[in-house]
Design a binder for this molecule. Structure first.
Ligand code: HEM
Length: 160
């Protein structure tokens, strides 16, 4: 329970305080991945397969969550797969891995969706639930939340 409370705080701190720090993924300060003892976040997370497994679990939650699932309703299976692959690439690149994100900028990809704070919070809760399930250590969770939090303004931009 104490752990859950602490993570709620991290979500608040990392995802809200970091919001607005960067205009787009391309200019993210987190790009390249933080290092700890010279080891990139990508490596510390377990590399590509670990990131892909995290993405699959997390997207599964978003597709099932009543708050977030309506946004994906109109997507064909191939479109969901495409978004999935782009997110893997994006996380891989942002954490310092050997990937290249070739998708649209975050604002462009989400402005039609008109998402609000409530949707963001549901999204953030699912993301943390996945990281907890995969037993991602505290430090790496914080770094990932910082990366994701830096995109919040762009993801929600169309709705403000
Ligand atoms: C930091 C948070 C987020 C990241 C990093 C992210 C990442 C992405 C990426 C990489 C794409 C594909 C871009 C492209 O088509 O070129 C995408 C598309 C999409 N995202 Fe997100 N996303 C985030 C938050 C959300 C949230 C909270 C929702 C809704 C609950 C959402 C729903 C969608 C949908 C429906 C698409 C498909 C849009 C389309 O094809 O027109 N995203 N996202």
């Amino acid at each position: 329970m104490q752990r859950a409370t602490r993570w709620t705080q991290w979500v608040m701190v990392a995802m809200f305080a970091a919001a607005g720090a960067c205009a787009s993924m391309g200019s993210s300060a987190a790009q390249g991945g933080g290092t700890a003892d010279g080891v990139k976040l990508y490596k510390r997370l377990g590399g590509y397969d670990a990131l892909a497994a995290v993405t699959d679990d997390f997207l599964g939650r978003l597709f099932a969550n009543p708050v977030t699932s309506p946004y994906f309703k109109g997507l064909e299976p191939w479109q969901k797969n495409r978004v999935r692959q782009l997110i893997v690439d994006q996380l891989c690149e942002a954490s310092g891995g050997p990937c290249l994100y070739i998708g649209r900028p975050m604002q462009l990809a989400h402005e039609q969706l008109q998402m609000d704070e409530k949707v963001w919070n549901a999204f953030a809760g699912d993301f943390v639930a996945t990281l907890t399930k995969f037993k991602v250590p505290d430090r790496e969770q914080r770094e990932l939340l910082e990366i994701v939090g830096s995109m919040k303004n762009d993801v929600l931009r169309g709705s403000h």
